[in-house]
Design a protein around this ligand. Structure first.
Ligand code: HEC
Length: 179
């Protein structure tokens, strides 16, 4: 009889434990704030957090011709100091870690003599337009994943335009800005 009581007690005890476990699991299924990155259901008119964060940034950026119209080549030259750690800018300058950038605007992509470009950049094709250079300077890896250019990108649109104005000046016949 004593062992039967013991068994009953244990059954009740483990039964309670299992019941407790089920309750905890069920509760955490319903309320798991730490596991959800976004609310479990979309409210009408609500967009994913990332889209909300990205949209104003994209919308804020004025069109490139507008930025170029007020671009300052002098400021660009100062901002391009960081590029100079890897690039030479003078006519006939040597390839350093990156290719020489004299006359890069309008030049075919991956065409500087004496530089071994990555396949990622070689496969871009076409010529370097202001638009392409703007994308490139903003995010090299975004344009050519696998590029050798270890530069995170200049996120400030006006600074990129200033750098483009500086690159424009590195030419015997500068390419006019797009209208
Ligand atoms: C850490 C070194 C480094 C820095 C900093 C750097 N670059 Fe480069 N850049 C490279 C390398 C390496 C390549 C060749 C990329 C490849 O082949 O994948 C390159 C390629 C380029 C090209 C393509 C040229 C061509 O002939 O097709 C342009 C344009 C360019 N860089 C502009 C810039 C500008 C403007 C800056 C500054 C805002 C800059 N780079 C900063 C290393 C660098």
């Amino acid at each position: 009889m004593a062992s039967l009581d013991f068994n009953r007690t244990m059954l009740a005890f483990f039964g309670a434990l299992v019941f407790y476990g089920v309750i905890v699991e069920f509760t955490s299924l319903v309320f798991m704030p730490w596991r959800t990155e976004r609310p479990g259901y979309a409210l009408p008119g609500s967009a994913p957090a990332a889209a909300v964060a990205a949209a104003p940034a994209a919308a804020k950026e004025p069109p490139l011709p507008e930025l170029l119209a007020k671009a300052d080549a002098g400021k660009g030259a100062a901002d391009a100091k960081i590029c100079a750690t890897c690039h030479s800018f003078e006519k006939g300058g040597p390839a350093k870690i990156g290719p020489n950038l004299w006359g890069v605007v309008g030049r075919p992509v991956a065409s500087a003599p004496g530089f071994a470009y990555s396949d990622a950049v070689k496969s871009l094709g076409g010529d370097w337009t202001y638009d392409k250079l703007n994308g490139w300077i903003g995010n090299p890896k975004g344009m050519a994943a696998g590029t050798k250019m270890a530069f995170a990108g200049e996120k400030e649109p006006q600074k990129r335009a200033d750098i483009l104005a500086y690159l424009q000046s590195l030419s015997d016949s500068p390419v006019p800005f797009p209208k």
